[in-house]
Design a protein around this ligand. Sequence first.
Ligand code: NAD
Length: 246
Amino acid sequence: MARVTRVALVTGAGAGIGAAVARRLAARGDDVVCVDRDPAAAQAVAAQVGGLAVTADVAAAGAGDEVVERAVERYGRLDVVVTSAGIERTGAAATLPTDVVRESLAVNVLGSYDVATAAARRFLTQGEGGRVVLVGSVNSLRALPGQAAYATSKGAVLMLARALAVDWALDGITVNVVAPGVTDTAMSAGSLGDPGRRDALLARVPMRRPARSEEVAEAVAFLSAPESGYVTGVVLPVDGGWSAAG
Ligand SMILES: NC(=O)c1ccc[n+]([C@@H]2O[C@H](COP(=O)([O-])OP(=O)(O)OC[C@H]3O[C@@H](n4cnc5c(N)ncnc54)[C@H](O)[C@@H]3O)[C@@H](O)[C@H]2O)c1
């Protein structure tokens, strides 16, 4: 029987880790749906990978169902979903407005929830299982000063993955977290571009260097492969040893 081309939907695909994931999954032969709130960025990466660009803000009501519908409209099925859309807001907790925390939770947690559950409804309809990979962070496991909003949201992403993994275990739908450490993207450009902050950050990393987005994408490729069907509810740090060192 001819093998069906797998279809992967990646949020935050317009830049950084999401873009690297889109390229990696396309390289293994998946049809890739590139979702981003930045239309030009989504378009550019979709053009690179020969995929479909979809503009959406994952925090908007109904976004999950909408992007899954677009994927199915174009490719007829869905097999993999990767949630890389995320924001990092920092600031001392005592003065950090609650709205900043709310925004972080809306994008990083509820956006992941909405897209993952919309994808799972499609997986359940198809009846062939599916792969969900949520992009967490070393901050799913470790806190740093000034990260009340971000670390709270990324900690929730880890527990969300565990909860979904248990809910869908009998349906062949796996749910896992990739937890990057500091990765060389626009998100970390401010800290990596400042020599003092870069040194302080990399002092926490046994490998003393940031990750390349491609190194994170490789972990996503493993967790979203058809062969990884018995791995669910785990977190895979890609952090140069940061979380191992404590
Ligand atoms: N860069 C790092 O050091 C690092 C470390 C750990 C975890 N992460 C996580 O990896 C993921 C990707 O980060 P990155 O470094 O590639 O960031 P990035 O800022 O380079 O790219 C993020 C992309 O997501 C999109 N996006 C943001 N909010 C969105 C929304 N509401 N709806 C749709 N698209 C949205 C942006 O437009 C952008 O294209 C994030 O979840 C981030 O928290 C990054």
